[in-house]
Design a protein around this ligand. Structure first.
Ligand code: NAD
Length: 266
């Protein structure tokens, strides 16, 4: 598995498994399936209500905890509520620490939320902290105000949704872009895009693998989700081929700017 180095010096796998919309009833089962397929980075959130089951699958895997990279996200607004919610997340997931915790949205009082994360980072309960769904302006406020830079901004990123100016902004500070909805959230017109279909045929890979490889090769942490065992294996099988510079350029050209092509608000 390839890794990325975060701006505080720690490393993370570049590809992981997302658990949004996976019911708590079956989360441990699919996380276990993903562990067997080789995933070590797992993405959960307070909002997903499956932190407990992700933690359970990791703790029961028989693989040392330090081989995993576990991310969760705070949905609480403000300092005091977030102090409490960090403790609760650690408790329900049966973890001594999270590898990464993000402010899930730029909700009211996200500065207070970040302050609570920064303190937990300084106390060793979080190995890295960051944000999600933040634009340049919100990130700049955090950067100007706090000692600890966000290590990651997790944002919607796929072949059709590339916010190149945000990517440029983050590069200045060494903030890693983490791509959510890397497949555009499942069946959608991107899967029949002629450029993607042709590249899949050329490289003997699936269209989904071309979509994911484009993100990984761009240096983005990438966290596809699936409850289909074949797709779970397929989505990590990306490290035996390379897209050429010209192919990467062609894929950058498919950007449609926003996720309006999907018919939902990103
Ligand atoms: P995704 O782009 O990963 O799409 C997942 C869907 O794609 C699956 O449900 C399935 O329908 C389909 N799929 C998966 N593998 C496939 C394959 N190989 N071939 C064909 N179809 C396939 O979207 P997502 O699950 O919404 O996003 C991934 C992860 O990102 C989430 O699980 C979550 O962890 C994170 N996320 C974060 C935020 C945020 O606000 N920070 C928002 C959305 C998602």
């Amino acid at each position: 598995m390839e890794t990325v180095q975060l701006n505080n010096g720690i490393t993370a796998p570049i590809l992981g498994f997302g658990t949004y919309r996976i019911s708590p009833r079956v989360t441990a089962k699919y996380v276990t399936e993903a562990i067997k397929a080789g995933y070590r980075l797992f993405d959960t959130a307070q909002y997903y209500q499956n932190e407990a089951q992700v933690g359970e699958a990791i703790n029961n895997s028989g693989i040392p905890r330090d081989q995993f990279f576990l991310t969760t996200k705070a949905r609480t607004g403000g300092y005091a509520a977030t102090k409490r919610s960090i403790e609760k997340s650690l408790r329900v997931a049966h973890q001594d620490y999270f590898d990464l915790m993000l402010v899930h949205f730029p909700m009211p009082d996200y500065m207070g939320t970040y302050q609570a994360l920064e303190e937990a980072y300084q106390e060793g309960k979080l190995r890295a902290i960051g944000v999600s769904n933040f634009d340049n302006r919100d990130m700049q406020r955090i950067i100007d105000h706090f000692d600890v830079l966000p290590a990651v901004n997790q944002i919607e990123t796929n072949v059709y949704t590339q916010d190149k100016s945000l990517t440029q902004f983050m590069k200045q500070y060494g903030i890693i872009q983490e791509a959510y909805a890397p497949l555009g959230e499942g069946p959608n017109p991107m899967f029949s895009d002629p450029v993607l279909v042709q590249l899949a045929q050329k490289h003997h890979k699936s269209v989904a693998q071309i979509m994911l490889k484009f993100l990984v090769q761009s240096g983005f942490m990438t966290i596809p989700g699936s409850t289909n065992p074949q797709h779970i294996r397929e989505n990590i099988d990306l490290f035996d081929f390379t897209l050429t510079l010209a192919e990467m350029e062609e894929l950058r050209g498919l950007d449609r700017g926003t996720s309006s092509w999907l018919g939902y608000q990103g």
